[in-house]
Design a protein. Sequence first.
Length: 321
Amino acid sequence: MFLFLTLERFSSSPQMEEVRATTAWVAAHSSHVTVDSSGIEKVAETMKDSIPKVEWDFEGIHYFDNGPLTVQYLLVLDTLNFCFWPDKDLNYDHLAMGLKAALQNDECAFDADRLQNYTGPQLRELVKWPRPLPLEDERIRLIHEVGFELERSFDGKASNLVESCSKSAVKLVALITRHFPGFRDHTVYKGHQVFLYKRAQIFAADLWGAFKGQEYGEFNDIGSITIFADYIVPAVLHQLGVLRYSSALATIIETNSEIVSGSEEEVELRACSVYAVEKMRELISKKSGKQVLSVELDLWLWSFGIQCPYLQHHRTLSIYY
Ligand SMILES: Nc1nc2c(c(CN[C@H]3C=C[C@H](O)[C@@H]3O)cn2[C@@H]2O[C@H](COP(=O)(O)O)[C@@H](O)[C@H]2O)c(=O)[nH]1
């Protein structure tokens, strides 16, 4: 009875509401980053008539076979989807293409028992990277954690995990963060807990995008997902005049100085980005009379960002993004 009640409470936990509420709290108490409502207004005005649609996998880099192996691929990908910048030649595309090639070579490459045994050099070989990956020990720890828990609770299959979510992205985020501690992307800011859940949410979004809202990508509540607070989107929002920085923070970013994980500056950059895009989504929806999804805005902002060769982003060593 007790177990039933706790699970029930958990499964109805409004996790995305926690992301929205706590990031809004940060934006209201922010010291280094300001959300400029006139900047949001300008962007919303230009977008209201034609909301740009960016195709998922516009880069043509992902594994896709329309089945459970794609789900396994996406979970592995999003387990490792963080912190590429310390190696100036490495980016997200290398990871995606490396994992895709690994799976094409050997369809058992991401079996749960294999995931639990990868070493740093083997992971480098998978990604075809000639030197240690940034935060390589953490990457190995996280991939082991995912393999272990997949085997223990989901018969080794990420597709079982997704199937148990009854087409709810919110449930999926709750389940992922419950089973895999490495996805628990939250922090404390001025004494308040703040939830961001970047990699857990992007996993739901990747399923939705890859499967075009069908099969493993069918979620009745995809509108609940927020943007994925990484190091690209804040920089784009800054360039668009949506985020303003204090002069001290601007200097830190311009000089490529590191920002400590969990510092006020870092939490503000991420949380204000989530908050600003929520406001932008509300405004565009109101002006256009069409429901816009944060996932769609995220992909548009992110794809714009990675095509800017000189985009200056903040630099934080983090396993979350
Ligand atoms: N907000 C947001 N952040 C995203 C992604 C993606 C990829 N999404 C896939 C989904 C559809 C597309 O087809 C993409 O293939 C990666 N990232 C983040 O960017 C950073 C990597 O930057 P660089 O070092 O330059 O490669 C790093 O923090 C990474 O975690 C996204 O969509 N949204």
